[in-house]
Write a protein that binds this ligand. Structure first.
Ligand code: SF4
Length: 205
């Protein structure tokens, strides 16, 4: 029987709840609003670190603006919940990403270009996590513009290759998206109106 990502998430969380020591988790997050609910939820069960590897985002000012919002939220969670969540920011490689993604520049959002984009970021996440973290996961499954089954499939493949556990997710379920939207509103967060790459900027939602 094929399990949904939600069922796999629940199963893994039951396992984690029974552990004496919280496992470590490296969470990919692409912006403040998407990070809100996943960070809040996961920080109760994992020693969380955020990985902001989003070289797809163009221009640099936008990439930085999203990072600043994410940082503000992490500071708030650390203070209010007495946590020590850190954000790791690898090198911004937008030119490399653009070059690769441009081969599919005509694709609509959600198409092959996006799958390549996820692959580039998730491979980097899994490689970084190898031998350092117990789990990896991506906050992007909270977005209503993203297909969580595609995300889970790509990311779990890289997790396996790099011998790190993968936490399946569909954060938009169980009112996750509504909770994230409420937190973003309460915190007056900047919310972008395009996904990130230059091609999505030229074709704003
Ligand atoms: S639309 Fe978003 S996910 Fe798709 S290639 Fe552009 S930045 Fe990446």
């Amino acid at each position: 029987m094929k399990h949904t990502s939600e069922q796999l998430f629940k199963k893994e969380m039951e396992k984690v709840k029974g552990l004496e020591k919280k496992p470590t988790l490296l969470l990919h997050s692409c912006c403040g609003p998407c990070g809100t609910y996943p960070i809040d939820l996961l920080s109760d069960y994992f020693e969380l670190t955020i990985f902001y590897n989003n070289s797809n985002i163009f221009p640099y000012e936008e990439y930085n603006k999203r990072l600043v919002e994410l940082k503000k939220y992490v500071v708030k969670i650390n203070e209010s919940k007495n946590k020590n969540i850190k954000i790791i920011v690898p090198e911004y490689e937008n030119e490399r990403f653009n070059k690769i993604l441009s081969s599919r520049k005509e694709d609509p959002e959600g198409g092959t270009r996006c799958h390549i984009c996820y692959s580039l970021r998730y491979e980097q996440l899994a490689k970084y996590a190898k031998d350092k973290y117990d789990y990896i996961c991506s906050a992007m499954t909270i977005s209503r513009h993203k297909n969580e089954e595609v995300i889970n499939k790509i990311l779990s493949g890289y997790a396996k290759k790099n011998s790190v556990n993968y936490l399946y997710s569909n954060f938009k379920k169980n009112k996750g998206l509504e909770i994230a939207q409420r937190i973003a509103k309460e915190n007056n967060m900047y919310k972008q109106d395009y996904c990130g790459c230059i091609f999505s900027l030229n074709n704003k939602r």
